[in-house]
Design a protein around this ligand. Structure first.
Ligand code: ATP
Ligand SMILES: Cc1cn([C@H]2C[C@H](O)[C@@H](COP(=O)(O)O)O2)c(=O)[nH]c1=O
Length: 208
């Protein structure tokens, strides 16, 4: 959702606590939209640009003050918005981002406790006129997410956090879903991958 009548592309973000299953579905959404004739660009945060990927390495592996963490997330986002998101939307392309600003609210404010007003100030600074057209929030109980993560990979700094942290992240995600019901669609990610894809197809049809 961008201001200005020339913009034709759409911006879709994927959110959820670690292990909820969001990355699994980005490829499906990409292929679904491509099959409808859309040019689709898939990206991620933190990251999505050469500088953003360097910041991602620091963010996922170095201990830092929670405000440093929030500022670096938004520094990565500033590059991403300038270099990837806005230029592609302006060309009429569809942009899929594995996480965006809802993740900062969920993790830095919800999980770590950073004042929400500071997050709102950063959001207003970094992308005052840009919001996703659609946010897919993959929601699962913590235990399900943890089981999925433990089965698949070496854990990074965030993924090693305790259950209490993820409960607060999840609560903040769900609070935002209630605050922005027209933008954020909550997807029950305890369902099978096939059931979730059917649900996603229904949601995407309405956006085409
Ligand atoms: N609906 C599902 N049912 C069963 N397993 C699933 C489902 N969705 C995802 N998985 C599995 O759970 C694991 C984690 O999924 P995925 O990497 O998509 O999560 P994520 O939310 O993107 O995690 P992160 O944010 O940490 O990258 C993968 O092994 C994936 O195959
Ligand atoms: C954008 C963003 C991300 N995070 C956290 C959330 C995840 O734990 C990692 C990214 O890892 P993923 O496997 O690629 O999802 O970063 C955050 O805390 N704040 C943010 O704004």
């Amino acid at each position: 959702m961008t201001q200005g009548s020339t913009v034709k592309g759409k911006f879709i973000t994927f959110e959820g606590i670690d292990g909820a299953g969001k990355s699994t579905h980005i490829g499906f959404v990409n292929d679904f939209l491509a099959s409808r004739g859309k040019t689709v660009v898939s990206s991620r945060e933190p990251g999505g640009t050469p500088l953003g990927e360097k910041l991602r390495e620091l963010l996922l592996h170095e201990k830092m003050h929670l405000e440093t963490e929030a500022l670096l997330m938004f520094a990565s986002r500033r590059e991403h918005v300038a270099q990837v998101i806005e230029p592609n939307l302006a060309q009429g392309n569809w942009v899929l981002s594995d996480r965006f600003t809802d993740a900062s609210f969920a993790y830095q404010s919800g999980g770590r406790g950073l004042d929400r007003a500071k997050m709102e100030a950063l959001e207003a600074w970094v992308h005052p006129h840009l919001q996703p057209d659609l946010t897919l929030l993959f929601d699962v109980p913590l235990e399900v997410a943890r089981e999925r993560l433990d089965a698949t990979r070496t854990l990074d700094k965030f993924e090693r956090e305790q259950a209490d942290f993820f409960q607060k992240c999840r609560n903040e995600y769900l609070r935002r879903a209630a605050q922005f019901p027209d933008r954020i669609v909550v997807v029950d990610s305890t369902r099978t991958i096939g059931e979730i894809q059917l649900r996603l197809a229904g949601v995407l049809e309405k956006l085409l």
